[in-house]
Design a protein around this ligand. Structure first.
Ligand code: FA5
Length: 356
């Protein structure tokens, strides 16, 4: 029996040396030291021994058990160390290597233009304001002197909003529309009752139009000044300041007589062409961009007395001027941004967007 015990000790010592991992060690441990393991099997025989033999064998058995357990503990710490080392090797990380930089985007060129425009007008004391994109047709038309059924409304090719029943939605101030111009903000701003007004309202506008020069959704910036005294000279000064700040100090503007229902007198504002310098020709050949030296920026004029009245003010006491220009068209005119189809701006083509 003593031999059996000593043999078990040397056998398990050899087996422990050959073990590859902790899982195999666990299996061997149950096989040798488990309740029904080899050591327990040998120990069963002790019951058949005499008292003296029991003393001797009992002592040998204790020594062998302690030796085997020490062997297992040593093997366990060796295998655990090896496991830790191979895990570290697999997960090794050189923290001194430069990291992978996440891509950083930039503002869309329309957003850049809106920021530039806001800042230029802020220098003149214009405060940015916002007015609804979904509005009653009262503010988009009637309030700005375009009565119901007036044919001029057709120029604003408007989207009307239908309810779930498919019928036109109406509210307390008329039909609900997607506002086709930012001029809906004129009377809304006056209704706030804070005077004098120096507002620049920049927002989205919607029209049933789509072509190389027309977007169904575009942005306008609407300037409105209402004060006790205001003049065409001031309007021209503001236009010049904007043109020089946004396009460059060499650019000049001109006001060309026009007609809008909400301004009187009304103008179209032109800006001298940046390509031919306002001459209309380059080396005797017609300028391809402007053909005649000027590019159209948008509408402007002195606020019509009926609009002042609609805003709850007395036109004998207050007057003002207003202008409304397209953000996209203005931005496209700026030197370096010559694109031949305005719809490119919103096609989400990153090859295009990343250029600006
Ligand atoms: C108006 O919308 C007037 N409310 C402007 C105004 C305001 C005049 C205040 C006087 C006083 P118009 O329809 O011309 O005007 O549009 C103004 C500008 O918006 C145009 O010059 C153009 O730059 C831009 N625009 C108009 N329709 C589109 C479109 N479908 N896509 C892109 N830009 C457009």
């Amino acid at each position: 029996m003593e031999n059996e015990l000593r043999q078990l000790a040397s056998e398990s010592e050899k087996q422990l040396i050959g073990l590859k991992d902790l899982a195999a060690l666990e299996v061997l441990k149950i096989e040798v030291l488990g309740r029904k393991g080899k050591l327990a099997e040998i120990m069963k025989g002790i019951a058949t021994l005499s008292v003296d033999e029991k003393k001797v064998i009992g002592q040998v058995a204790n020594e062998v058990k302690a030796a085997i357990e020490t062997g297992f503990a040593a093997a366990e710490s060796r295998l655990a160390g090896a496991a830790e080392e191979s895990k570290n090797a697999a997960e090794w990380l050189d923290v001194s290597l430069p990291g992978v930089k996440p891509g950083v985007g930039h503002l869309h060129l329309t957003t850049q233009a809106i920021e530039d425009i806001t800042n230029i007008f802020a220098h003149l004391g214009f405060v940015r304001s916002r007015h609804p994109e979904v509005d009653w047709d009262y503010y988009a038309f009637e309030a700005v002197n375009m009565p119901k059924d007036h044919p001029a409304r057709d120029d604003w090719e408007t989207f009307f909003i239908a309810g779930a029943d498919g019928e036109q939605m109406t509210g307390k101030k008329g039909k609900i529309v997607l506002t086709p111009h930012t001029s809906n903000g004129q009377v809304r701003e006056m209704e706030k009752g804070v005077l004098p007004i120096r507002m620049v309202s920049i927002g989205k506008c919607y029209r049933r139009q789509a072509s190389a020069r027309h977007l169904p959704m575009f942005h306008q910036f609407e300037g409105l000044v209402v004060d006790k005294k205001s003049s065409v000279t001031e309007l021209k000064g503001v236009c010049d300041y904007f043109a020089k700040s946004y396009f460059g100090p060499d650019r000049v503007t001109r006001l060309r007589p026009y007609h809008f229902r909400f301004t009187e007198p009304s103008f179209e504002l032109d800006i001298s062409c940046g390509v031919c310098g306002g001459v209309g020709k380059i080396d005797g050949v017609k300028c391809k961009l402007c053909k005649e030296g000027w590019l159209e920026l948008g509408g402007a004029g002195m606020v019509h007395p009926n609009v002042i009245k609609a805003g709850g003010l007395d036109p004998d006491e207050y007057s003002g001027f207003a202008f409304g220009w397209g953000v996209e068209r203005t931005m496209m005119m700026r030197a370096g941004i010559n694109i031949d189809d305005i719809r490119l701006l919103y096609r989400d083509d990153l090859r295009f967007i990343r250029q600006f």
